[in-house]
Design a protein. Structure first.
Length: 296
């Protein structure tokens, strides 16, 4: 396995492309626009520069990594000759089903199709393809070049051979693959998202403020980042999407998104990527919280 196609040049996609390229794989990074691809490549270069500055890699390593990545706006061209395709598009089930149906039609019959979904059923995605045995979940953690864990999710029809191949491949990236079964939220988000949602409920109910809640969890529970700050980092829209998937999948009210989260997403307060979430990330107001306006 040498040629890796990555669909999506956003936060997760460019991180996945970076990680494979740094490990010596040929990477075809695919997105719908040149502007998105350029932003993705700029992010990869900046992250590599940080690694050079910290003496984790050399300038030659940076040059080699960037040289291993080729960009495409045409999916069919981008996945040509790919041994593995990793889809890292928006966490939207209709979009993912459309992508996997197309991949099944245009990729070599031996190509493994992986998704970086954080909650959507691998079995459901695989069902729209003609190769459900070769469809698997490869859930990387953000930031991908740094975080060691990869959740490997096998769908109902994923073969033992494909699972073993992806487990071993993940190890070559310096990751720690952990095999889990295909249920809403898998393991990471089934545990994490209810905690984040309960933290938002705690804020919504006026028990404490944003910084106070995060301080309790950081100092009292030894979390490196408070749950509300982490939600901003993940993206509040992504948190809402994952909670909705789990609520629909389990029909259990404990997964119902907090109204505050719903309102903030509708208002476009998505966290770091929008500049505002539970914290304000504008240069002049980095430490301020903005959630209070939604608590009236």
């Amino acid at each position: 396995m040498k040629n890796i196609a990555v669909i999506g040049a956003g936060t997760m996609g460019n991180g996945i492309a970076h990680t494979f390229a740094q490990s010596g794989f040929n990477v075809q990074l695919i997105d719908i626009s040149e502007a998105s691809l350029q932003r993705g490549m700029n992010t990869i270069e900046k992250n590599l520069d940080r690694m050079v500055a910290k003496e984790k890699i050399s300038d030659a390593d940076k040059t080699a990594t960037l040289g291993n990545i080729t960009t495409f706006t045409d999916t069919i061209e981008g996945v040509k000759n790919a041994d593995l395709v990793v889809e890292a598009a928006t966490e939207n089930i209709d979009l993912k089903l459309k992508i996997f149906k197309q991949l099944s039609e245009v990729c070599n019959e031996k190509t493994i199709l992986a998704t970086n979904t954080s909650s959507i059923s691998i079995t459901q995605i695989a069902a729209v393809t003609s190769r459900p045995d070769k469809v698997i979940g490869m859930h990387f953690m953000n930031p991908v070049p740094i975080m060691k864990l990869v959740e490997i999710i096998r769908g109902y029809n994923t073969s033992d051979e494909v699972t073993s191949t992806i487990m071993e491949l993940s190890k070559t990236l310096g990751k720690v693959p952990t095999e889990v079964n295909d249920y809403p939220g898998f393991v990471a988000n089934r545990i994490l998202m209810p905690m984040i949602n309960e933290s938002i409920e705690t804020l919504y109910n006026g028990v404490a403020g944003v910084e106070e809640i995060d301080t309790v969890m950081k100092l009292g529970m030894a979390h490196p980042m408070g749950p509300l700050q982490l939600a901003d980092f993940i993206g509040l829209d992504v948190c809402l999407s994952i909670l909705n998937v789990m609520y629909d999948g389990f029909k259990n009210p404990k997964y119902a998104p907090c109204p505050l989260l719903v309102n903030m997403v509708m208002a476009g307060k998505l966290g770091i990527k929008s500049g505002e979430g539970f914290y304000d990330y504008a240069e002049s107001r980095k430490a301020e919280t903005v959630a209070s306006q939604f608590l009236k």
